[in-house]
Design a protein around this ligand. Structure first.
Ligand SMILES: Nc1ncnc2c1ncn2[C@@H]1O[C@H](COP(=O)(O)OP(=O)(O)O)[C@@H](O)[C@H]1O
Ligand SMILES: O=P(O)(O)OC[C@H](O)CO
Length: 494
């Protein structure tokens, strides 16, 4: 039997492909960064064609590096940056415009109008989401209203919409399949998470023809095969999940109440809430975690728009570090921030503030402030944003969270994780495999093709790498109070 699973992890800043064996070991990995476009203030775009070509090239490279034949791969699992919106022509297969990325704020004013017109409660009840430019619906609406000829073509059934998973599957299957899974569908603001259907009332509110939408499937089943000319073998595509839900699965947070936080471009904390779509009372969103067979699992989510991206800004914007990893020794070179606070609201603020107009802010500077203080304040800014989410989640769950499983590129940073433990006053646990997004997609695909029989089969694969325990002498309460004053500045300085 074929023993390997190929996970395609299409992230905001890079495309990755990872081959896993049956024991969950990484056999090979290939990664390629691609270009980010910022054509106007608050706009973020990707070239969907570059996303596809980079994803295909890393998939080919990962297979070659492992020295394997494509035919020895049992299945492909796909996981992706969510909400990012691609619209393409079904006949040519070409995108009709750049992909609008989840961080893009161009539809903030339109979202304000939806709120003013009293749509918040209906949308929340149907989709679990709060109205924000983050989700796909307003982005599709923008494309149909602003790209020449788009609305007419959409009404004639010529256009397809997809989140990145759909776009990759369309290309992997040579244009044969137009589908998505429930976890990605639940991020569009068009999918009813109670009835598990595209919602006609919301489609009409956003002016989106149903013919554009992909078919929605479970997160673990055989959806189709790769076209023969793609990877030199027809490989079943058998798992799909949005990257944050895949990470929750990869961290094996499969029981109600388990929580993980992923520190990538943004930070995303998800709590498994079981089989009921309980709504948040504290400005978090309710989302579909995954569907296995007929069983749907839900999650509460707190989304932070700028996490590790602040480190990229220190590198590319301020130029105070050369590589991302340099931030740790620089921040360690001082024992504290000397009262400097950095609120990374570069793309507005997500949960629990939901302020699309907030601006990135540094407060507390003195003549003695140095690059090291700013670097340390940037890391603390990531950790403080997380504490706001965790407290909201605790309030919703009615229980305190004592342990946080963490993953993502920025968890290579030990100082960040120690600061996180201190600020949260909770244990922070990093597993041995921090590529949890990719392994989550691999698990979903492997379960579908029988490489593993059940979740019990993979439970032992999650192993601790390091636990960060809080320094109980750290005065988290005062620090958090000062952080909130800095957040108020970020929200009011418009
Ligand atoms: N040592 C580090 N300390 C802090 N942040 C880091 C470090 N190494 C990488 N990062 C950040 O992690 C992010 C990349 O993580 P990754 O999980 O690959 O993100 P994504 O999936 O969003 O593309 C980048 O924003 C980068 O700045
Ligand atoms: O690409 P990442 O890892 O930053 O994840 C992006 C999220 O899916 C956006 O919702």
């Amino acid at each position: 039997m074929n023993q390997y699973i190929l996970a395609l992890d299409q992230g905001t800043t890079s495309s990755r492909a990872i081959l896993f064996d049956r024991d969950g070991n990484i056999v090979s990995l290939a990664q390629k960064e691609f270009k980010q476009y910022y054509p106007q203030s608050g706009w973020v775009e990707h070239d969907a064609t570059e996303i596809w070509s980079s994803q295909l090239s890393v998939a080919t490279e990962a297979v070659a590096r492992a020295g394997l034949k494509a035919s020895s791969i049992a299945a492909i699992g796909i996981t992706n940056q969510r909400e990012t919106t691609v619209v393409w022509n079904k006949n040519t297969g070409h995108p009709i415009c750049p992909a609008i990325v989840w961080q893009d704020r161009r539809t903030a004013a339109y979202c304000d109008t939806l709120k003013e017109n009293g749509h918040s409660e209906t949308i929340r009840k149907k989709t679990g989401l709060l109205i924000d430019a983050y989700f796909s619906a307003s982005k599709i609406n923008w494309i149909l209203n602003n790209v020449e000829g788009a609305r007419e073509q959409a009404e004639n059934g010529q256009l397809a919409f997809g989140t990145i998973d759909s776009w990759l599957i369309w290309n992997l299957t040579g244009g044969e399949k137009h589908l998505t899974d429930v976890s990605n569908a639940s991020r569009t603001m068009l999918y009813n998470i109670n009835t598990l259907e595209w919602d006609d009332e919301l489609l009409s509110l956003f002016g989106i023809p149903k013919s554009m939408l992909p078919q929605v499937r479970s997160s673990s089943e055989v959806y189709g095969e790769t076209a023969a000319n793609i990877l030199a073998a027809k490989i079943p595509i058998a798992g799909i999940a949005g990257d944050q839900q895949a990470a929750l699965f990869g961290q094996l947070c499969t029981k109600t109440g388990m929580v993980k936080n992923t520190y990538g471009t943004g930070c995303f904390m998800l709590m498994n809430i079981g089989d009921k779509p309980v709504l948040s009372e504290n400005n978090l969103v309710t989302t579909i975690a995954w569907q296995l067979g007929e069983q749907v699992s839900y999650a509460l989510e707190g989304s932070i728009f700028i996490g590790g991206a602040i480190v990229q800004w220190l590198r590319d914007g301020l130029g105070i570090i050369r590589n991302s990893a340099d931030v740790e020794p620089l921040a360690r070179s001082v024992s504290d921030t000397d009262g400097v606070y950095l609120v990374p609201a570069f793309a507005g603020l997500g949960a629990p503030h939901w302020d699309p107009y907030a601006r990135g802010t540094i407060v507390g500077l003195t003549r003695g402030s140095t690059a090291a203080h700013i670097a340390r304040a940037a890391l603390e800014g990531i950790a403080f944003q997380t504490v706001d989410i965790l407290r909201a989640m605790e309030a919703d769950a009615g229980a305190s969270i004592k342990e946080l499983r963490v993953d993502g590129g920025a968890t290579a940073n030990n100082l960040l994780l120690q600061l996180q433990a201190d600020i949260l006053q909770a244990r922070v646990v990093r597993p041995q495999i921090t590529e949890t997004t990719a392994i989550g997609a691999a698990y979903l695909a492997g379960l579908a093709v029988g490489l593993w029989q059940s979740v019990d089969d993979i439970q032992n694969q999650w192993q601790i790498n390091q636990t960060f325990t809080p320094d109980t002498t750290y005065d988290a309460t005062s620090a958090i109070a000062r952080w909130h004053r800095a957040v108020e500045t970020a929200k009011t300085f418009k």
